[in-house]
Design a protein around this ligand. Structure first.
Ligand code: ADP
Length: 589
C-alpha cells in the first residue's frame, strides 16, 4: 500500500492551527524578501556612484533602508518562528492525544502485548523529534523557494542570460548531491533501524537491571549494550564517510554563483549588451540567493526525520480499535453465555487456542475454570472482559452480545482482578477511590475495611493519605493486592472475574486475601481461575478445559466421579499422585 506523504499526515493534525501556519509562512516570506533589501540598497549606492550624483543624504537614506530591511528580516523571521513553533507543539499535542485515544480504544490485549519501551518511544521520543524540523521546514522551505524563484524571475526580466548564468552551479552541485543521495533512503532506513535497536537495548538494560544483577549477568548485558552503541557509531560513520566528499563538494560549489554571473556578466558588459547598473544588481542578487539555496540541503535531512517519525505514528494509529456501541442498553440479568466461541490470538483459525466453547455462567453463581496450563482459561476470562473480540461465536451478557454493549458499560459490569495489580503514585485513598470517583471518604474507608486493608493502611506514616510511590513500590505485593480489591469493592460490579488472583500470595496474607475476595464477590456472578483447586472446591459449577476445549463440567463431586483429568489434577493438588488408579476414587470421595 502506498504510504501517505508526511506533509498530508502533519497537516491532518494541524486543523486548529492552519491559520497560524499560513501566517508563519507569510511572515517567513516577508522576512526573506526583507533580507534582500540591504543588497538592493548597496546596489542603489553603487548606482549613485556610477552616475556621479552621490550625496550624503542619499547614502544615509539607503543605509537606513538597509538597516531597516535587516531589522524587518529578523523581526519577521522571529514572528514566523514563534508561530511555527506554536503550531508544531499544537501538532505534537494532537498526535499524542490521537495515539492515547487509539491505545484506549484498541483491544486491551494488544496494548498489553506491546513493550512499554516501544510505546513510550513512539508517544514521547519519536513525536518529539519532529518538533524542531517541523517548525522550520514548512515556513523556511516555502519562503526560500519563493525568494529563489522571484530572484530568478527578476534576473530573467533584466537579462535572461544572467538568470541562466546564476544557475550554472546548480547542475554541477546537483550531480554531486544526486550521487550522495543515491542510497539515501536505504541508508536512512538502516540508520533508523540501528538507532531503534540501540534504544531497545537501553530500555531492556534498564528494565531488566534486577534480573541482570540477580543472575550476575552484568558483563554480558553490558557488552550487548556497548556492542549496540558501537554498531550504531560504526554504521553512522561509514555512511558519513561514504558521502562527505560529495556533500562538501556540492556545498562549496552551489553557493559559488559568481562562477557563472561574473564571467557572463563581464562578457555581456564588454559587448555593450548590459548596463553597468544591471550588471551590479545581477551580481548582488546572485549573492543574496546563496543563503536560501544552501538551506535546501539541511531540509532534506530534516524532512526525512519527520517522514520516519510520522510514518511510525501513523502505523500505530492504524492499530485496529474495538467497535464501541452507541446504544444504551440496560442489562437486567448478568448471566454470561458463551456461544460457539473459537479464538486465535493471531486471527488465523488454524492456530486456535479455543474451539467451540459453549457454556453458561449463571447470575449470582460461583463458577470456576480449571485445566492444565495453556488450556485457555485466562483467554476465556479476557474475552468476556473484551480484551479481544472473538473470531467466531458470541458472548452474551443478559442475552445481549457484548459487542452491542458500550465499552464503558461493560467496564461497569465487570471487575477483573489478576495477580498483577497496579497502583498509581498518589495517596492510598485516591487509589481506592479510582473504583468509584464519586465515593465519599467513609465509603472508601468501609471498602478498605471489607478488603482487610484498613489495619495496615492506618499504620502507614500518613494513613490513608500516604502516597504509595511509583507503581505502589512502597507496599508489599499482598498489601497492593488488597488495596486493588478494595478498589473493586467500591466499584461494586455485578460480575467479578478473578484470574489466578491468589496464585502468588504468601501464607501470611492468604486468609486475609480470601476474606477480602469473599467480600468482593458477595451476591455476584463470580468467575474464578485458580491453580489451587481447594480454593474453588465449593464452586456451584466447575468447568474443566483441556487444549482449548471443554472437557467436562459439574460440581467438585461430580467431576471427581466423571472427569479423569479433573480427578488427576485434584490428586496431584492434594499430593496423592501415587495412589493406585482403583483405590484413589474411593479414598478421595
Ligand atoms: P491458561 O490460562 O489456561 O494457562 P491461556 O489462556 O493463558 O492459558 O493461554 C492459552 C494459549 O494461548 C496458550 O497456548 C498460550 O501460549 C496462548 N496465548 C496466551 N496469551 C497469548 C498472547 N497474548 N498472544 C499469543 N498467544 C497467547
Amino acid at each position: 500500500m502506498k504510504k501517505k506523504s508526511w506533509i498530508k499526515i502533519a497537516l491532518s493534525f494541524a486543523v486548529q492551527c492552519k491559520w497560524k501556519i499560513l501566517l508563519s509562512v507569510i511572515c517567513a516570506i516577508i522576512g526573506v524578501f526583507a533580507g534582500i533589501v540591504p543588497y538592493w540598497c548597496a546596489y542603489k549606492i553603487i548606482e549613485l556612484f556610477v552616475n556621479g550624483s552621490i550625496s550624503l543624504n542619499q547614502i544615509a537614506y539607503y543605509c537606513l533602508a538597509a538597516v531597516s530591511g535587516y531589522a524587518v528580516r529578523y523581526l519577521f523571521h522571529g514572528i514566523s518562528t514563534t508561530l511555527s513553533h506554536l503550531s508544531a507543539y499544537n501538532i505534537l499535542e494532537n498526535i499524542r492525544l490521537s495515539l492515547a485515544r487509539t491505545f484506549v480504544k484498541a483491544p486491551l490485549g494488544y496494548v498489553m502485548g506491546e513493550s512499554v519501551g516501544k510505546l513510550k518511544s513512539v508517544i514521547v521520543d519519536r513525536v518529539e523529534t519532529i518538533e524542531l524540523p517541523l517548525a522550520h521546514v514548512i515556513p523556511e522551505c516555502i519562503s526560500n523557494i519563493t525568494l529563489s524563484i522571484s530572484v530568478f524571475a527578476y534576473l530573467t526580466f533584466i537579462d535572461w542570460r544572467m538568470a541562466l548564468a546564476m544557475l550554472i552551479t546548480v547542475p554541477i552541485a546537483g550531480t554531486s548531491y544526486m550521487i550522495m543521495m543515491k542510497n539515501f533512503n536505504s541508508e536512512y532506513a538502516k540508520y533508523m533501524e540501528t538507532s531503534n535497536y540501540v534504544n531497545s537495548v537501553i530500555v531492556e538494560y534498564v528494565e531488566g537491571i534486577e534480573v541482570i544483577k540477580a543472575f550476575n549477568q552484568s558483563t554480558t548485558s553490558y557488552n550487548k549494550f556497548v556492542n549496540a552503541i558501537k554498531t550504531f557509531r560504526n554504521s553512522t560513520l561509514a555512511w558519513y564517510k561514504s558521502v562527505w566528499k560529495y556533500m562538501n563538494f556540492g556545498n562549496s560549489v552551489l553557493p559559488s554563483t559568481f562562477l557563472g554571473v561574473l564571467p557572463i556578466g563581464l562578457i555581456l558588459y564588454v559587448n555593450g549588451q548590459i548596463s553597468p547598473q544591471n550588471l551590479v544588481i545581477c551580481l548582488i542578487l546572485s549573492l543574496g540567493v546563496v543563503g536560501p539555496m544552501m538551506n535546501f540541503t539541511n531540509y532534506i535531512n530534516e524532512a526525512k526525520a519527520i517522514e520516519y517519525a510520522l510514518h511510525d505514528v501513523s502505523s500505530e494509529l492504524e492499530t485496529p480499535v474495538l467497535s464501541d456501541s452507541e446504544k444504551d442498553i440496560e442489562i437486567k440479568d448478568n448471566t454470561i453465555e458463551l456461544k460457539n466461541i473459537s479464538f486465535s490470538y493471531d486471527g488465523n483459525l488454524d492456530n486456535k487456542v479455543l474451539s467451540d466453547i459453549n457454556c453458561i455462567f449463571k447470575k449470582n453463581e460461583f463458577t470456576a475454570l480449571v485445566g492444565p496450563s495453556g488450556s485457555g482459561k485466562s483467554t476465556i476470562a479476557r474475552l468476556i472482559a473484551r480484551f479481544w473480540d472473538t473470531n467466531e461465536g458470541s458472548i452474551l451478557i443478559g442475552g445481549v452480545d457484548i459487542r452491542d454493549i458500550s465499552i464503558s458499560k461493560l467496564n461497569e459490569l465487570i471487575s477483573f482482578v489478576t495477580q498483577d495489580t497496579y497502583l498509581f503514585n498518589c495517596s492510598v485513598k485516591e487509589n481506592i477511590r479510582l473504583g468509584n470517583p464519586d465515593a465519599s471518604d467513609t465509603e472508601v474507608f468501609n471498602a478498605a475495611k471489607l478488603a482487610c486493608c484498613d489495619e495496615f493502611i492506618k499504620e502507614l506514616e500518613s494513613g490513608y493519605d500516604t502516597v504509595v510511590g511509583n507503581a505502589g513500590n512502597k507496599l508489599s505485593g499482598g498489601e497492593k493486592q488488597r488495596i486493588s480489591i478494595a478498589r473493586m469493592i467500591l466499584k461494586n460490579s455485578p460480575i467479578v472475574i478473578l484470574d489466578e488472583a491468589t496464585a502468588f500470595t504468601d501464607p501470611e496474607n492468604e486468609s486475609k486475601l480470601q476474606q477480602s475476595l469473599s467480600a468482593l464477590s458477595k451476591g455476584k456472578l463470580l468467575l474464578v481461575i485458580a491453580h489451587r483447586l481447594s480454593t474453588i472446591k465449593n464452586a456451584d459449577k466447575i468447568i474443566v478445559l483441556n487444549n482449548g476445549k471443554i472437557d467436562n463440567m459439574g460440581t467438585h463431586e461430580e467431576l471427581l466421579q466423571n472427569c479423569e483429568l479433573y480427578h488427576d489434577m485434584w490428586l496431584s493438588h492434594i499430593g496423592a499422585k501415587n495412589w493406585s488408579a482403583n483405590s484413589k476414587r474411593k479414598e478421595v470421595l
